[in-house]
Design a protein around this ligand. Structure first.
Ligand code: GAP
Length: 457
């Protein structure tokens, strides 16, 4: 089913997943806040990534580095001077556009990632691409627009106090690579991952939470010997797909793999494959897997003067490790999950919206619903047992008719509803309703533990 973004966004707002940022002040363009259920879901997603890539992977360890770093980090990484977008202004209506996006939005099969400014300008003129606002084709030449947010640290505002909000979490890992390796006594190959906020002053943010100026990344930098014969790129490409297929349950038919051609590769990469998701507004990058070689470590070694080489205990050789980087945005993955989970269904007795979230990501796994006031005490007992003793995220809802309460739980993606009714005090059983099939089963309370363990594992 093709979903409409407006409907999805309205649903996520009305259910407490995503709110417009600074809403009571008229909002702030393209900023979004995560409501009570969005925050739970986001935490579950980050936890799933951390479990899979850090805790359960035999090679990897985690880090948590600062957003604001020494400015030399960004000179070494190439971000100062290179991390910019090609902008042009419409001479007629004075609106400002990204040249590459103007072309790609008109010619959907074209990828102009590696084109020079002159190529972009010439193509726009030759094809007479018009300003989306006033429909004239009369643009200025391209100017470069710096994407890093710049500010000053401390009380003095001069060149020496300039700092940047990090545009990627990766550099924090490269800068602490040696400390992490030494203190944990890691031998190659090993990886370091982290989750954290990144900031980019994007010219064309949009498509809801797809491209924003403040977002979170989950990045892994995997270090290995340049003499290692194992194909680590293929290994991580497979791991990412395993995570998508089995942990967050993105169906294979909803994404594609796209290999970057030579002209499109970033300055640090010798190979990049993007996993692209079929969003309702078009295919877009979800997860990038790049071979960064030893670009970052050699740059940081050069600029900092610190020896970042690795002494191979097997060969006694000293060399700089090479790196494979799988990098994904939390919100972009969340959007893919929202798009895939949101379903509008016609029923015999009406219709419903159901979020078919994977069980591990759902904000609540279970809702406890007493049928009437008389069953509240017994219901609270079951609720406390599941929430506290079994440590399963559980909600309690006693208000409104049972049909409406089921609909609300469907709409927020709760996989199971447990109803305590008139018969419970006689037969010590509850009714369990499945979100997706809407089928109901009668289960005795003493069997609940093993039933839930089995269903939620
Ligand atoms: N360290 C490599 C790096 O940052 P990237 O392709 O620029 O590479 C990696 O970003 C991922 O971060 C993207 O695949 C996307 O999921 C996410 N991302 C990048 N820019 C974003 C933005 N403005 N808003 C939301 N997510 C973004």
């Amino acid at each position: 089913m093709k979903i409409e973004m407006e409907k999805l966004i309205a649903h996520l707002k009305s259910m407490g997943f995503v709110f417009q940022g600074s809403e009571i002040y008229g909002g702030l363009a393209n900023s979004w806040d995560y409501g009570p259920l969005g925050a739970e879901l986001k935490n579950n997603l980050k936890q799933a990534w951390w479990d899979f890539f850090i805790k359960k992977n035999p090679y990897n360890i985690g880090l948590d580095t600062s957003i604001i770093m020494n400015s030399k980090v960004w000179q070494a990484s190439g971000h100062v001077g290179n991390f910019n977008d090609p902008l042009l202004d419409c001479k007629n209506c004075k609106s400002r556009w990204r040249a590459d996006k103007l072309i790609e939005e008109k010619f959907l099969d074209l990828n102009v990632g590696g084109w020079s400014d002159t190529q972009l300008e010439d193509f726009i003129k030759e094809k007479q691409i018009k300003c989306p606002k006033c429909e004239k084709c009369d643009f200025t030449n391209i100017r470069k627009f710096e994407l890093m947010f710049k500010t000053n640290q401390g009380v003095v505002e001069d060149a020496s106090s300039i700092v940047y909000l990090r545009p990627e979490t990766a550099q924090g890992i490269f800068v602490q690579y040696k400390n992490a390796q030494r203190t944990l006594r890691k031998q190659l190959p090993f990886g370091i991952g982290q989750i954290g906020k990144s900031f980019r002053n994007e010219i064309t943010p949009g498509n809801f939470i797809f491209r924003t100026r403040e977002f979170e990344q989950m990045e892994l930098e995997f270090f290995f010997s340049p003499n290692d014969s194992k194909d680590w790129f293929e290994y991580w490409l497979n791991q990412v797909q395993e995570f998508l297929d089995n942990i967050v349950k993105i169906s294979k038919e909803n994404y594609i793999l796209r290999e970057h051609d030579k002209e499109e590769l970033a300055h640090y990469s010798s190979r990049t494959v993007d996993i692209e998701f079929k969003f309702p507004f078009g295919i877009g990058e979800l997860w990038g897997i790049a071979n960064r070689g030893n670009f970052d470590l050699s740059q940081h070694q050069k600029v900092s003067g610190e020896d970042l080489t690795y002494l191979d205990p097997n060969t006694n050789e000293k060399y700089l490790a090479h790196v494979i980087e799988p990098s994904v945005g939390v919100e972009r993955l969340l959007l893919a999950i929202f798009c895939q989970s949101y379903k509008e269904e016609k029923l015999d007795n009406g219709e419903r919206i159901v979020m078919q979230l994977p069980v591990n990501l759902a904000p609540y796994k279970i809702a406890i619903l007493p049928l009437q006031k008389q069953q509240i005490d017994k219901s609270l007992e079951v609720y406390e047992h599941i929430n506290k003793n079994l440590n399963i995220a559980c909600t309690f809802d006693e208000k409104g008719n049972i049909g409406k309460r089921y609909r609300r739980q469907d709409a927020i993606g709760t996989p199971y509803c447990i109803t305590i009714d008139f018969d419970t005090q006689n037969d010590n059983c509850v009714t369990i309703r499945n979100r997706d099939t809407m089928e109901q089963e009668r289960i005795s309370i003493p069997d609940l533990n093993s039933y839930l363990k089995n269903k939620l594992s």
